[in-house]
Design a protein around this ligand. Structure first.
Ligand SMILES: OC[C@@H]1[C@@H](O)[C@H](O)[C@@H](O)c2nc(CNc3ccccc3)cn21
Length: 453
């Protein structure tokens, strides 16, 4: 057990703006089957040879399931006033529906109570990619029954934690759930089906609407939807590149937000999916209109887009900006894209409340030396992106908070532990935590700009 950080938070920044850190269950918890939990699709996917780099799995991850108290102390030492985490559905409902596993609920209740004791606002994500294996066996998100499964699961959590958790998120990145899990196949459950993809997307939107309605019935007032947004810029002023950019913008940025805010899909979707795009009746489309109380924006980078008919189904590809810095994920470092996407939301959806629910970067960090880890590139990334968020704030964006991705170096899905995003280093052998320079920078930024970047 590592020595807990000595300094526990003394000063607390303004309650108005949330300065947080974010994680997700499968990426940090470990102990996936402990205390009655059922397996998830990521437990199966990661333990399937060839799916994850180096054969890494979340079987231990950051061992947060056993070290959660130490991690709450770390958050207090960083001075965050909020923490975004997800609940592993299969810890609560091991079969996905029906029997509730009280030990699972107890784990998250203890975590939430410990956060509140430290003055840290919990933001609970109901679903961050780890569907119970038992439901995938019944068709998963391709099943017409999936929205009902999700609403029932959400209701269990609303009733168990609704008296102490004020900020809820239904889904983390429905686009990635859909594209990664059902179109490209690099994420669980690893399907590659053009036909299945729009069906899954539609069910996720139905599930979001059902969980929102379920929350309203339980008196939950602040329920958001977290989306990965990536501003798209044409590589040239040619009609082909401008057209391709609009298609990629619809595919990544508008596919899910237009239905929940506007009650319609982007027109480009039918062109992108062709005969695989289902017919939706007006009542089916209207049922998707479920505006969240806030948008969670997960921003990492932008894309510069060129038309490319060989890149299906969108007919567009990202053009690498070789002259600019890139992260270890090969994502361009482009802070202005955060300002641009926040202003885009403001203009398109009527300036809804927004939290930046993920922003951060993986870099090939240097090893710790004498108890310090000098992750200079991540410090620069955070500094420039906080400035970008500040520019949007000054232009009237209703930005309520910022959550750094991630609190801890953790399991980066198909990359395993090869990509590190943490403000805090986690030793790959003994999982000892060490606050990086970026964690110290973030702590100092919170103290200096408490009311907002
Ligand atoms: O990749 C970093 C994080 C990841 O660890 C989180 O679990 C997830 O919420 C997350 N979403 C993005 C956004 N971009 C993205 C684009 C294509 C595939 C996967 C993620 C980055 N990240």
């Amino acid at each position: 057990m590592s020595k807990p950080p000595t300094e526990i938070r003394s000063d607390s920044p303004s309650r108005d703006f949330l300065w947080g850190a974010a994680t997700s269950a499968y990426q940090i918890e470990g102990s996936p089957l402990a205390d009655g939990a059922g397996p998830s699709i990521w437990h199966r996917f990661a333990n399937t040879p060839g799916r994850v780099l180096n054969g890494d799995t979340g079987d231990i991850a950051c061992d947060h399931y056993r070290r959660w108290h130490e991690d709450v102390a770390l958050m207090a030492a960083l001075g965050v006033n909020a923490y975004r985490f997800s609940v592993a559905w299969a810890r609560i409902l091991p079969e996905g529906t029906g029997r509730v596993n009280q030990a699972g609920l107890d784990f998250y209740r203890c975590l939430v109570d410990a956060l509140l004791e430290q003055g840290i606002e919990p933001m609970l994500t109901l679903y961050h990619w780890d569907l119970p294996e038992a439901l995938d066996t019944r068709g998963g998100w391709a099943s017409d029954a999936s929205p009902g499964w999700f609403a029932d699961y959400a209701q269990v959590l609303y009733r168990a934690l609704g008296d102490r958790v004020r900020l809820w998120i239904t889904l983390n990145e429905p686009w990635v759930i859909t594209a990664g899990g059902y179109l490209y196949g690099d994420l669980a459950p690893g399907h590659r089906s053009l036909h299945e993809t729009p069906i899954v997307a539609h069910n996720l939107l139905r599930a979001h609407a059902a969980a929102l309605a379920s929350g309203r019935a339980e008196g939950i007032e602040r329920i958001g939807l977290a989306v990965n947004l990536e501003p798209q810029y044409p590589a040239s002023p040619s009609a082909e590149d401008i057209g391709a950019t609009a298609h990629r913008d619809a595919f990544i940025n508008r596919w899910f937000l237009d239905p929940v805010f506007l009650g319609r899909y982007p027109a480009e979707m039918e062109t992108i999916f062709g005969s695989a795009w289902p017919r939706h009746s007006p009542s089916e489309l209207d049922a998707l209109r479920a505006p969240p109380d806030f948008i969670g924006v997960n921003y990492y980078s932008r894309s510069v887009v060129r038309a490319d008919p060989t890149e299906q189904p969108v007919g567009a590809r990202r053009v690498r900006q070789d002259a600019r810095p890139h992260t270890a994920m090969d994502w361009e470092v482009y802070p202005q894209g955060l300002t641009d996407i926040l202003l885009w939301i403001q203009g398109r959806y009527g300036n809804p409340p927004v939290y930046i629910t993920e922003n951060g970067a993986a870099f090939d960090d240097p090893p710790p030396v004498a108890g310090r880890l000098h992750d200079r590139q991540r410090v620069a990334y955070l500094r420039t992106h906080l400035r970008a968020a500040s520019r949007a704030l000054r232009r009237g964006v209703d930005l309520r908070g910022y959550f750094a991705w991630s609190l801890l170096d953790n399991f980066e899905w198909s990359y395993g532990y090869a990509k590190r995003f943490g403000l805090v280093h986690v030793d790959p052998v003994d999982r000892q935590r060490l606050i990086k320079d970026s964690g110290r920078f973030y702590r100092d930024a919170i103290r200096r700009y408490g009311r907002g970047p």
